[in-house]
Structures are given as C-alpha cells and as structure tokens.
Design a protein around this ligand. Structure first.
Ligand SMILES: N[C@H](CCC[C@H](N)C(=O)O)C(=O)O
Length: 279
C-alpha cells in the first residue's frame, strides 16, 4: 500500500489515495498504521476519495480507529497532496473537499512552486448543547444556545468549559497555570470521556498571553495529546472571542507551531497554518 506522510504544525497523518481501493476496515488500519513503534507512526489516517459534490472527499481516522468529522491540520495537507499530484489543477487556486462536517474550501499558499501553508474556511461554529453534543441538566441547558464556563471536577481540578462544535466536539478551558505545567495526560482522558459527552470530546487548555495571542495544548479525542489541532485552534479562537479575551483575529501558539484564526463573531471561521511533508 502506497502512503504519504504529512503534518500540519506537527499534527501528522498518513495519507492514502483510496480512490481505486476496495472498502477496508479503515479504523483498524488507522490503529495499526498510527503505532509509532509497530507501524508508520502518526496521529491517524487520512483517505483521499472521489466526491460528486466537491473536488475530492476526505475521511480521517484517529489513532484509536474512531472517525473524526473534520481535521483542520489534515485538510491543509490534503489540498497540498491533491495539487502537487495533479489531481486538482494548480490553476484553479483552491481545492474543495467534502468532509463529514460539510464541504470546505482550501486556498494554498506557495513558497516558489512548493505549497507550504494554506487557509481554510472551516464553516460556522455551533454552540447549542445538542450540536456539540453535550448532555446537561435541563435546568442548565434548556433553551440555552451557548454554554460557557460550565464547571466540571476531573481529578483534583475544577475546570470551567466552553463548548464549541467545528463539526467535531470541543471543550475549551482558560487557565492561569502555564499550559506546559498542566497534567494534560492525567486530566485529558477524564475530560475526553466525561459522561456528559455522548461522543467524547476534544479538550483544549489555554493561557491568554495578550489580546492577540493564546498559548494552548490539546488532548484530542481518539488520539491523545497532539502537537497541534486545527479544529481545536478554531474552537479556542471562537471561545476566546465569545468570552471577550481576544478579537476577530488571534494567533494560537501550540507545541508544534502557530495557527491563525479569524472569526468575526457571526460568520465562518478561517484557519491558516503550515502544511508540510513529514520526513
Ligand atoms: N481528534 C479529532 C479529529 C482530528 C482533529 C485535529 N487533528 C485537527 O487538526 O482538527 C476528533 O476526533 O474530533
């Protein structure tokens, strides 16, 4: 099986052109191929597939074999893959990609002839408990369209979560403790699998550096801590603007790199960041 390894800010995936391949147990393949000792090693598997509503279709699977509705870092590399292999003509200047979260448009950025970054329209964020999804006491969630600062007590911690869906579920918390000191590997699984999340959740811890910069780490649903998370950075930028910490544009600094988020408070979220080969 031919594959290509690429990463967006260190969030690395194995890409397989599955357009002419028979149906597989892709989840099982993702578990095997993602293993960093017995497999290729990655944060998951991304498939290139034909689409009748966009240039191509993307399916993505986490390390544990679960399928994610959207992958913001992966979709930038996906567009790079499609153009550099001539699947989509370079002259078009953008790639439309069908995902479980909907059709997304990716505009590549060039360094000479090489694509080294991209800007993605990531759709509108959603906040209603049923859209996340999150199951809360009706006394809290009934007729509430946005849930901010919802308290949970994982381990010895008391965290205040803001819920954002980017097609996949996110729980964002802003903390004073430096994110690099936060016990993410202990607390992350407790939040990911908290009983209020029927589909589990991606969990983000954030420090506010100033009104244009945030420092964050992400515990991803189905993959654990990653060096960066594109949909997570979108959820962080959206939650931060909702809570009045930052404005329409914010730089989210993650261990693997910086992602820029634009959101005017009503329309689509735009994500810009690197797209590179993983050597
Ligand atoms: N773990 C995520 C999918 C990957 C998202 C992330 N790698 C990104 O760049 O958006 C989920 O199950 O919702």
């Amino acid at each position: 099986m031919e594959f290509t390894k690429m990463h967006g800010a260190g969030n690395d995936y194995v890409y397989v052109d599955a357009r002419a391949m028979p149906e597989h147990d892709w989840g099982q393949l993702s578990q095997a191929i993602s293993d960093r000792h017995f497999g290729v090693g990655s944060d998951g598997l991304i498939l290139v597939m034909d689409s009748d509503v966009a240039d191509l279709k993307m399916r993505m699977f986490n390390v544990d074999g679960s399928e994610g509705e959207m992958c913001g870092n992966g979709i930038r590399c996906f567009a790079k893959y499609a153009i550099e292999r001539g699947i989509v003509p370079r002259s078009v200047g953008e790639v439309t990609i069908d995902t479980m979260a909907g059709v997304r448009t990716v505009v590549p950025r060039y360094d000479g002839s090489e694509i080294n970054a991209a800007r993605v329209s990531m759709g509108k964020p959603r906040f209603a408990p049923s859209d996340i999804p999150v199951n809360l006491d009706p006394a809290i969630s009934l007729n509430r369209q946005t849930i901010i600062n919802y308290a949970i007590h994982p381990g010895d911690f008391r965290l205040f979560l803001t819920f954002v869906s980017m097609g996949n579920p996110h729980a964002v918390t802003f903390i004073d403790q430096p994110v690099e000191e936060f016990p993410l590997h202990n607390i992350g699984p407790l939040v990911e699998r908290h009983p209020i999340f029927p589909k589990r959740v991606n969990f983000e811890v954030v420090n506010i550096r100033d009104d244009g910069n945030l420092d964050a780490r992400v515990w991803e649903r189905g993959s654990g801590e990653t060096m960066a998370c594109g949909t997570g950075a979108c959820a962080i930028g959206v939650a931060s603007r909702l809570l009045g910490h930052t404005g329409d544009r914010v730089a989210v600094h993650l261990p693997g790199g910086t992602l820029t988020i634009d959101w005017d408070g009503t329309d689509e979220v735009y994500l810009e960041g690197p797209a590179g080969r993983g050597f």
